[in-house]
Design a protein around this ligand. Structure first.
Ligand SMILES: Nc1ncnc2c1ncn2[C@@H]1O[C@H](COP(=O)(O)OP(=O)(O)O)[C@@H](O)[C@H]1O
Ligand SMILES: [Mg+2]
Length: 271
């Protein structure tokens, strides 16, 4: 992706070039996120979109495919740090979080995973697949009322992904997909903390609609790759893999086999 690669860094450089430029800083302070060594050996791919847009489904299929190519893959989920998870879920259950504490807890969770997993594994040449990345915080926290500049600064140490997919889907479709899998919307997922409506479905529509607006502006400003997610799973996955193949071609990992991609989109032979 020909985009800025360090959050908050205004220069338009390729991910690889930007990471190489950070080598000298790494010598000063090796393990801190703000002073990384050389993560250019790996590739960082993120998925973004509202809940129910199909991100995890697509990332899982991508993960399987990359593993099948014998590439080293690590997947990391939003809000999954063992260190921070318990505090966040306690605060969430009791409805104790303000927009600022909500934002900072997620930022702590991210920082923990970033320093512990994302960065070291990029340095070790892994494909790091992020199920939600900093753009989730940009979109959600800004909608919750945090200052955009403040949110972006919190994550300014984080590398921009080589590729970020944005799964664009109408909110009504997203909510119907969620409700097919479980009976109720979750409190924060529906944005019930924002007092938009007493009806969780109405609240969800308003809240997620605002998040969609934020994502749409990020497509422009941050170069997210929009995928029409109002389609079948396989059709989308073909496009995702094509984009990843293109990235690999551009960024110099040429060893991947193309047969798997070519086979994937073909109609299955009838029995
Ligand atoms: N393209 C699709 N069409 C129909 N249902 C889908 C599609 N993609 C995913 N789903 C289903 O919708 C639900 C939400 O998908 P998921 O991948 O968990 O979304 P997200 O991670 O964005 O919240 C799951 O039950 C999943 O099986
Ligand atoms: Mg998911």
């Amino acid at each position: 992706m020909d985009k800025t690669t360090h959050a908050g860094d205004g220069e338009a450089r390729s991910g690889r070039a930007a990471r190489k430029g950070m080598r000298s800083r790494a010598k000063l302070s090796p393990r801190r996120a703000s002073a990384v060594s050389d993560p250019s050996a790996g590739r960082l791919i993120a998925v973004e979109g509202v809940d129910g847009s199909g991100k995890s489904t697509q990332l899982h299929l991508l993960e399987q495919w990359l593993r099948h190519q014998n590439l080293k893959v690590f997947k990391t989920d939003w809000n999954s740090s063992e260190t921070v998870k318990q505090i966040t879920s306690r605060g969430k259950k009791k409805g104790l979080l303000t927009p600022t504490t909500f934002s900072l807890l997620h930022a702590t969770d991210f920082a923990d995973r970033y320093e512990r997993n994302i960065l070291p594994l990029l340095e070790a040449g892994y494909f790091v697949l992020a199920d939600r990345y900093i753009f989730t915080a940009y979109a959600r926290d800004i909608v919750r009322g945090c200052h955009p500049g403040w949110v972006k600064k919190i994550y300014s140490y984080a590398l921009k992904p080589d590729l970020t997919f944005y799964f664009r889907v109408p909110v009504d479709i997203a909510v119907s997909r969620i409700l097919m899998g479980r009976p109720k919307l979750k409190y924060y997922e529906a944005g019930m903390d924002m007092n938009l409506s007493n009806d969780p479905y109405e609240s969800y529509r308003i809240f997620q609609g605002r998040i969609v607006e934020q994502y749409e502006s990020l497509v422009e400003s941050e170069g997210l790759v929009a995928i029409d997610a109002n389609r079948g799973i396989e059709e989308q996955q073909v496009e995702v893999r094509e984009r990843v193949m293109k990235l690999l071609g551009e960024k110099g990992i040429g060893a991947m086999k193309t047969e798997a991609l070519q086979e994937y989109g073909k109609p299955r032979p009838r029995a």
